[in-house]
Design a binder for this molecule. Structure first.
Ligand SMILES: Cc1ncc(COP(=O)(O)O)c(C=O)c1O
Length: 369
């Protein structure tokens, strides 16, 4: 008897939907809206990056190579031995796919610290892993890393521990000394440094990869470098581990244009500094402007987004989002947590958008400038 197609799917993938980001779909459909929801960079690519894109566009009749030049540049910037320590992908999301594939079998456990970026759960679930979510601690109106909670969550099924640093959406860093005990366990530890450039590479845990073979650092050009639509990310680790993980790469996974434009972006450190300064000034402006609202809590951020909890004002995050929408601003909602439904997040926009956002929120809460 013939079986149904459903009987042939791997049991753990059944019903998994395509990932669609509704707010990004909306923003592309209505370009007049202010995209303050997806941790993008509001500044367009620098001239140097655009020049590289045009130059290499003319050579796209050829297959790309394995990116030795850009991988060497990444190694140099991060003070590791060479391209053998670096693997590249279409955004760090793809890099997560490669790493997870090489470790996870159905039934294995992946530890994440919530609230956090969704890709770990999406990839882990696709591979049949059980996601073990350890909530951050909410104390003094701040979300704090629970390094003890993360450690207590380890079992003999743990295959990966992933710690975003800084965390998305809270914007803060874990104390550097708290990474060592995780590195010492020998369990694959991924430190997601998607936003590290906003605070500077001095905040990176990349040096751990020299001592601990189980530590991998992931990065992206989507944030401070401002190239989210180009799709370029990478991981840095011990050469043996990089070599093994690279076994899961699709041939020619990173195209010629992103590869060489990424090199131009890494070489354009002035362009990066300009973007970082613009962002960090805007974070200060928004944080200071909104902290005057009674009962409105602002999480100090070292990234390109800021998390708020307005639960004590008597309003909900959803109400703020709805009001902002009337002004054409798309923000990011957050689920109810720690007894509050006042959470929401903003991504830094252009100067005008940041002012519009601040004025909109002040107006919503009836606070005069
Ligand atoms: C913590 C974190 N890691 C990784 C990413 C993924 O970035 P990409 O796939 O664009 O490199 C994001 C995007 O928002 C993020 O917030």
């Amino acid at each position: 008897m013939t079986k149904n197609i459903e009987d042939y799917y791997a049991p753990w993938v059944k019903g998994i939907p395509m990932y669609i980001s509704e707010h990004i779909e909306l923003a592309w459909r209505k370009p007049e809206l202010h995209r303050m929801m997806s941790n993008e960079n509001p500044l367009p690519p620098s001239e140097k990056v655009l020049e590289a894109m045009f130059k290499y566009a003319k050579m796209t009749n050829r297959y790309p190579d394995q990116g030795l030049v850009v991988r060497s540049k990444i190694a140099e910037l991060n003070n590791v031995d060479g391209p053998q320590n670096v693997m590249i992908g279409n955004g760090s999301s793809e890099v997560y796919d490669n790493i997870f594939r090489m470790f996870i079998q159905p039934g294995d456990e992946v530890i994440q610290h919530t609230p956090c970026f969704g890709i770990y759960g999406l990839r882990g679930t696709l591979l049949g892993a059980k996601m073990v979510s350890v909530p951050m601690i909410y104390e003094d109106h701040l979300l704090k890393f629970d390094h003890k909670g993360l450690m207590n969550a380890i079992t003999d099924k743990t295959k990966i521990i992933v710690i975003p640093n800084p965390n998305n959406p809270s914007g803060n860093y874990m104390d550097p000394e708290h990474f060592i005990p995780f590195a010492e366990t020998g369990i694959p530890l991924i430190v997601d440094e998607a936003y590290v450039e906003y605070a500077g590479l001095g905040k990176s845990q990349v040096q751990l990869t020299k001592k601990y073979k189980n530590v991998l650092i992931t990065r992206t050009l989507s944030k401070a470098y401002g190239l989210a639509g180009m799709r370029f990310g990478y991981t840095i680790g011990h050469e043996d581990v990089i070599k093994q993980i690279a076994g899961s790469l699709l041939p020619w996974n990173v195209g010629t244009i992103p590869m060489w434009a990424a090199l131009a972006a890494f070489e354009d450190q002035e362009g990066l500094a300009e973007r970082v300064k613009f962002n960090n000034d805007a974070v200060d402006y928004i944080s200071e402007s909104l902290s005057v609202i009674p009962g409105f809590h602002v999480m100090p951020s070292k990234a390109n987004y800021i998390l708020f909890d307005c639960g004590e004002t008597g309003k909900t995050g959803a109400e703020v989002l709805a009001y902002a929408e009337t002004k054409g601003i798309i923000l990011r909602g957050e689920s109810k947590k720690y007894g509050s439904d006042g959470w929401f997040r903003v991504t830094i926009g252009s100067k005008e958008e940041n002012e519009l956002f601040v004025n909109t929120v002040l107006e919503f809460f009836g606070v005069k400038k």
